[in-house]
Design a binder for this molecule. Structure first.
Ligand SMILES: NC(=O)C1=CN([C@@H]2O[C@H](COP(=O)(O)OP(=O)(O)OC[C@H]3O[C@@H](n4cnc5c(N)ncnc54)[C@H](OP(=O)(O)O)[C@@H]3O)[C@@H](O)[C@H]2O)C=CC1
Ligand SMILES: Nc1nc(O)c(N)c(N[C@@H]2O[C@H](COP(=O)(O)O)[C@@H](O)[C@H]2O)n1
Length: 260
């Protein structure tokens, strides 16, 4: 699949939400939480169903965001349901530093692609045979880091593993620890989190680790059987901006620490 050109007004719209250079004393990467939802706040037609919500205009924007991040994170549910590629097809910038989708067409896509990170405590997903592996083999993407509870007895070729700690209260991997480890052990300064529902719900409640929120709203209803995203408690946003496309709109914002 090739992408249409990026709509030029998306560049200034996104600028203040893109990763900023972190100081070396920062213990975690810059984190962008980004996903596409329907008008009824669904991110797929049903559990395990890969569902296109974004129009081409906003799909290009997602690849532009991928270009600007060092890592791209999804949960095991998404990896199993979608068999995602998680590479970057947006071709880059020219020598003057201008956003230009004509310049780097001949360079390998793997250069611009983020490192996929799959949170898969019990190793249900396999890199072997995945779309990610095909893209890596073709020089069009990077191999993943898989976040696990225990190192596997038979590690997969080209996969790097991160053994994570569970939070005593929630039983889930602890986000500040996990993100800190992605920076300290893998030198990832920015991470884009794409989903799925379980990960999005958890991170909407974490203004302490999420720096930017970028949500595509597609002009469609996915219905009551769809996978909904809604945080457990109300969330207030600040620095809210909207961009309007032909079919979709995009909201960019920051999560705030305040209660409603
Ligand atoms: N429209 C969009 O933008 C997007 C849509 N999607 C859709 O979302 C759906 C998948 O969502 P969902 O099923 O919720 O899956 P997720 O991708 O959120 O993965 C959930 C699983 O990941 C593991 N996990 C996640 N966070 C943690 C943590 N902090 N600690 C330990 N383990 C963790 C758990 O695995 P385990 O069960 O093994 O413990 C958990 O069950 C699919 O239908 C997909 O198409 C996905 C991404 C974007
Ligand atoms: N931005 C966006 N819009 C949609 O409509 C989507 N369904 C998604 N899904 C995310 O993108 C992943 C697929 O990536 P590849 O195209 O295979 O690289 C999918 O797993 C979700 O994370 N995103």
């Amino acid at each position: 699949m090739s992408l249409d050109p990026l709509r030029p007004d998306l560049v200034p719209f996104l600028q203040e939400y893109l990763p900023t250079v972190r100081s070396s004393s920062d213990s975690r990467p810059f984190v962008t939480l980004t996903y596409a939802q329907s008008l009824d706040a669904r991110i797929s037609l049903g559990p395990g169903i890969r569902t296109a919500i974004s129009d081409m205009e906003t799909k290009v924007m997602t690849h532009y965001l991928r270009y600007h991040h060092a890592g791209i994170l999804v949960g095991a549910g998404t990896a199993l349901a979608d068999d995602p590629g998680l590479n970057c097809k947006w071709p880059g910038r020219d020598e003057q530093g201008q956003d230009n989708d004509e310049v780097r067409k001949d360079e390998p896509l793997s250069l611009h692609s983020p490192t996929p990170i799959i949170i898969d405590p019990s190793q249900k997903w396999r890199f072997t045979g995945s779309k990610m592996q095909q893209l890596f083999a073709a020089g069009e993407g990077k191999p993943p880091i898989v976040v696990v509870e225990r190192l596997p007895e038979a590690p997969e070729k080209d996969v790097r593993y991160l053994v994570a700690s569970r939070d005593a209260a929630t039983g889930q991997f602890d986000w500040p620890w996990l993100l800190g480890a992605l920076k300290s052990q893998f030198q990832l300064d920015s991470v884009m989190v794409e989903g799925g529902a379980c990960v999005i719900k958890a991170l909407l409640a974490r203004p302490d680790v999420v720096d930017s929120l970028v949500v595509t709203v597609g002009s469609t209803y996915l219905g009551a059987g769809g996978v909904a995203v809604s945080p457990a408690t109300p969330v207030k946003l600040s620095d809210v901006s909207w961009w309007r496309g032909k079919r979709d709109s995009i909201m960019a914002a920051r999560l705030t620490q305040q209660s409603m």
